[in-house]
Design a protein. Structure first.
Length: 448
């Protein structure tokens, strides 16, 4: 699922992208948790900490063996993500004086590709098609290249467009290119390609040239729609019919994973859930300044964190009824692939900051009863099945097992500058992707 954090300021809505949330009810991410020494025999593998903010670090941790595979450690701006099936990690490296490079690593540590010509690689879940930005015929510009069943497919449309990603069902490819715009505006042309290379749908999104925002387009879970945010509001583009529905709203493009529904902030500052295909709206009774709002992975609830009051309110996503109010808020910085509220089979689970009586991360889970658990650390991330939480604690990544109330140090000696190293789970709960620094460019994390 494509997930975006909704950050609302007093004057405007700012959208910061997020990654795909994962779910796998059969995963056992931590196994029997024991403390791993940070030095000496049996120590978790370590990584040399970069000392310069212009460097970056990306690594993969196998939670069964604690084997660490370093994907990138050096200069450049990276963007790393798991592919849809969670078996492969891509890392795109860009920067001044750094040759653009994509590295693809299997979760077994094998190097699948390391290329300076195939950038922003995307692969369908079944592996039958892939796309990447490759060199054009003149050698000076890049273009979208599509490969289906091992053979290159010629794409109709603008030859300089770059790939954004496949629809969730793998039936379509979305590419983009900047186009001419009116004074004071910027414009991006998006093309939906069929996998035979033909153009199925094309649309242009108008943006402010001075404040274009950072929200990428987002596929609906069915692949039937693409949502964008622009000067005209939220555009919902139906791929098969070629129709665009405009909604007068400031954002966002976060789709419910369980059904085609969007969280919106309307032009008159009302938080709504918009349902497709009828465009029916459901208003939620909360302020829209200084909050974050998101669906849980099941799409059954919407959680809204109010930073002024430091409370999180949970609403039923279908009826709009307020279910409960929790002390504390979801993470205040940009969130990548983080669902603070999860509806498990046995009830609600939450990860909150600034909770009364907890100076760190407050864990709420049905298995913990009413007592909850306070953990020291930052950057909390749920395991896909909510059986564990990973946190950053100084230079270590620690996994807390909900059932056993025990901790496992899975990596140490990691970069601690800025927001410190971030760990993200793959959809099977078997691997952690370590990243530093992080801030979420989102153009790659938001699409499969």
């Amino acid at each position: 699922m494509s997930r975006l954090l909704v950050l609302l300021g007093a004057a405007a809505l700012t959208l910061l992208a997020a990654c795909s949330s994962d779910s796998d009810s059969t995963s056992t991410p931590t196994g029997e948790a024991t403390t791993v020494p940070t030095s000496g025999p049996g120590a978790a593998p370590t990584a040399a900490a970069p000392v310069d903010a212009s460097t970056s670090f990306v690594a993969l941790i196998n939670l069964a063996t604690l084997q660490q595979t370093t994907i990138h450690d050096g200069p450049g701006i990276w963007n790393a993500w798991f592919e849809a099936d969670g078996k492969v990690v891509n890392a795109l490296v860009l920067g001044d004086g750094v040759a653009p490079r994509t590295v693809r690593i299997g979760i077994d540590g094998s190097v699948i590709a390391d290329s300076t010509s195939e950038l922003q690689v995307r692969v369908t879940a079944d592996g039958s098609a892939r796309t990447f930005g490759g060199p054009s015929g003149d050698g000076f510009t890049f273009q979208t290249l599509l490969e289906v069943d091992g053979a290159l497919v010629e794409l109709d449309g603008d030859p300089t467009a770059l790939p954004l990603g496949f629809s969730p069902d793998g039936a379509y490819l979305l590419s983009y290119v900047g186009v001419a715009a009116e004074e004071g505006e910027a414009a991006i042309s998006y093309t939906v390609h069929n996998l035979d290379g033909s153009v199925g749908y094309n649309f242009v999104n108008r943006l402010s040239a001075t404040n274009p925002g950072s929200s990428p387009p987002a596929w609906s879970p069915s692949g039937q729609y693409v949502a964008t945010i622009g000067l005209q509001g939220v555009g919902i583009h139906e791929v098969e019919s070629g129709q665009t529905f405009l909604v007068q709203a400031n954002g966002s493009t976060e789709w419910s994973d369980a059904e085609d529904a969007l969280i919106l902030v309307t032009s008159d500052q009302e938080l709504q859930v918009l349902r497709m295909p009828d465009l029916e709206t459901l208003a939620l009774d909360v302020p829209t300044v200084g909050i974050t709002a998101s669906f849980d992975p099941t799409g059954s609830v919407v959680s809204v964190s109010d930073f002024a009051r430091r409370v999180t309110t949970v609403f039923d996503a279908v009826t709009g009824e307020q279910l409960l109010e929790l002390g504390g808020v979801a993470e205040t910085s940009n969130v990548i692939g983080f669902e603070p509220i999860i509806m498990t089979d046995s009830g609600l689970a939450a990860v909150l900051e600034h909770s009364p009586g907890c100076d760190g991360i407050q864990i709420i889970h049905p298995a913990l009863g009413n007592r909850g658990q306070c953990l020291t650390g930052t950057n909390p991330r749920w395991a896909p099945d909510a059986s564990a939480v990973s946190v950053t604690r100084g230079s270590e990544i620690v996994v807390f097992n909900i059932e056993t109330l025990s901790e496992l140090v899975v990596a140490s000696g990691l970069p601690i500058g800025g927001t410190a190293t971030l760990a993200r789970w793959n959809e099977r709960g078997t691997q952690l992707l370590l990243e530093w620094p992080w801030g979420g460019s989102g153009w790659t994390d938001s699409l499969p």
